[in-house]
Design a protein around this ligand. Sequence first.
Ligand SMILES: [Zn+2]
Length: 193
Amino acid sequence: MKWWPKRPDRDRAAVEQVRGSRLPDGWPSWAIPAGTPVRIIQDSSWAGPWASVFTGTISNMAAPEPPASTAARPDELAYWVDFDQPQQDADGDGPYRKAQIWDRYIEVLQVPIHGTGWRHGLVAKIEFGCDYCADDQNRWHGHVTQIGSDETRQMILLRCPRCRALYENAPQGEDETRRLTEDEARTLYPNAV
Ligand SMILES: [Zn+2]
């Protein structure tokens, strides 16, 4: 668990008043970090729960928590998201400045360059360069060429032999793959690229 500094927050006090309980502070290490830019999407089966697709930022007002609903998936989290623009929900209620959003409606727009703990739910959102490097077996078992390593962060730099896309991984593979641009790779692995 990662603990975020608590600061006085009028929104937080208002939400706690309405729900009649404290909001959580313990940030799961594998959850999307506060401050991450995100896009809120609609359900694949209906035009909701929000009236449109829009952008925002993961809020540090309170930690994410499992949704209080049996419809939630196992491990699903609901995050407080600050909206870039006030938004209406699918019933026309609002506009709202922030709300608690289920994981399934959140797309991460930008991964912090020194972010850690990017796991299952998010790995699926990597834009792979081609089918070869998109195959976990190829990335995790040495079929994508290792061209550099960072001892301090315990990460390795990989380049796909087919499409030339760059990735970094924990040496033991799984859960940590992240696509890098040429510029990011040059910054993180100055001797390799
Ligand atoms: Zn590739």
